[in-house]
Write a protein that binds this ligand. Structure first.
Ligand code: FES
Length: 79
């Protein structure tokens, strides 16, 4: 999850907290299945799309809380 200035100002920290809640992990934690960890990073270079989430090679821009469950489920279904 990007926490550069633009993403932070667009609610990135709240999105991190929501994602941690959904995944049941704390700071620095990893899900029991080993699929997810949440690492705040500096700007990933697409500030116009803030707030931005990257999962592996995939990038999600203009992220909202409502999108998080679907995004998580997408990767869980691939496992
Ligand atoms: S601050 Fe998040 S992409 Fe630049």
């Amino acid at each position: 999850m990007c926490l550069g200035t633009a993403c932070y100002l667009k609610g990135g920290q709240d999105l991190i907290e929501e994602a941690r809640s959904l995944l049941g992990i704390g700071e620095g934690g990893v899900t029991q299945d080993g699929l997810f960890s949440i690492d705040p990073v500096r700007c990933v270079g697409c500030c116009g799309l803030a707030p931005v989430l990257t999962v592996g090679a995939d990038t999600y821009g203009k992220l909202t809380r409502d999108q998080l469950p679907e995004i998580i489920a997408k990767y869980q279904s691939r496992a």
